[in-house]
Design a protein around this ligand. Structure first.
Ligand code: C5P
Length: 300
């Protein structure tokens, strides 16, 4: 095989509960991930060495050196297989960069699946999941797709079957937010308020809404502990959240560490109307629609 192409979805966190800071610098989480139909494409072409190039709307914001998580993923896989394999990776970006939608993690997951196929390794999914966990907290879910509850630092996953399809509108803000910075701000806000970080708990009403496909109930339970921190760092996001509420979203929140904001709609048409309204908001660079859950990356 000389070339393998995979599509990898973005994610939104429908519940992100952040516990205390651990000694290893991470936080224990309950992180309910939901994969949505905004896809990066990762192509792995036969090559002597591991290289990457990036095309698409957000391409100029993505590193093409060892800082690229897809390159790190290919290297980690080659190391696991015990050989100096090469691959020329081409990433077509549609997922906003540094937007809280796990675009970098998606590219890493795509590189693992594509290189496993290109190199004919045939490694089982469990091996890929283990390598994914070492690459980043969100990479295992990017490999899995669907809807899942993440615990630990978000890498320990339990799949959650969902009833039906959820429709979303996303407001992509200008510029990205650094994930470590948002977590640090969350800790600082809690310290300033003298608040102990609670042990994170899954919201049973939210999980039930996902299981039964109840969009109004899910909309009412959307929650992200990182949201106050993202708003402190980017106050203009409050205007975007208000615009989504005013336009009749069933619920809205900052996605992950932001700055993308996600809004739940009643159906596809409602999602389009929400996106039209959000695109009028001054701090919204672009508005997208998507549905979830969708599958993780599989070779085409
Ligand atoms: O795992 P990943 O490399 O994606 O994490 C990026 C950063 O996000 C970490 O260095 C840490 O600052 C923060 N983080 C955290 N707790 C988590 C996941 C990420 O504090 N559970």
């Amino acid at each position: 095989m000389s070339s393998v192409t995979v599509r990898v979805p973005a994610k939104v966190n429908v519940q992100l509960s952040v516990g205390p800071l651990r000694e290893d610098g991470y936080h224990d989480l309950v992180n309910v991930f939901h994969a949505v139909s905004i896809f990066d494409e990762v192509v792995a072409n036969e090559s002597e060495s591991i290289t990457v190039s990036v095309v698409g709307e957000w391409a100029d914001q993505v590193p093409v050196d060892d800082g690229n998580l897809a390159v790190q993923a290919a290297r980690a896989l080659a190391k696991h297989a015990g050989r100096a394999y090469g691959a020329d990776l081409v990433i077509r970006k549609a997922i906003p960069v540094a937007g809280g939608m796990a675009g970098g993690s998606a590219d890493a997951a795509g590189a693992l699946v594509a290189c496993n196929e290109l190199w004919g390794l045939g490694l089982p999914f469990e091996d890929l999941l283990e390598i994914a966990g070492d690459l980043g907290s969100d990479v295992p879910f990017a490999l899995l797709g669907g809807t899942a509850v993440g615990t630990g630092r978000g890498e320990q996953l339990s799949e959650l079957p969902t009833g039906g399809v959820f429709h979303w509108a996303f407001a992509v803000a200008d510029g990205g937010l650094s994930t470590p910075r948002v977590y640090a701000e969350c800790d600082a806000l809690r310290a300033a308020a003298g608040a102990e970080a609670p042990w994170p708990q899954a919201d049973e009403a939210l999980l039930a809404a996902l299981r039964t496909g109840d969009a109004p109930a899910l909309g009412a339970r959307l929650a992200n502990d990182l949201q106050p921190a993202a708003l402190a760092l980017r106050p203009e996001l409050a205007g975007i959240l208000a615009a989504g509420r005013d336009a009749g979203a069933l619920g809205g929140l900052v996605s992950g560490s932001g700055p993308t904001c996600a809004f739940l709609a009643a159906d596809e048409e409602h999602a389009r109307r929400l996106a039209d309204a959000l695109s009028e908001s001054p701090s919204c660079r672009t508005a997208l629609t998507a549905h979830g859950p969708v599958s993780g990356p599989r070779p085409a």
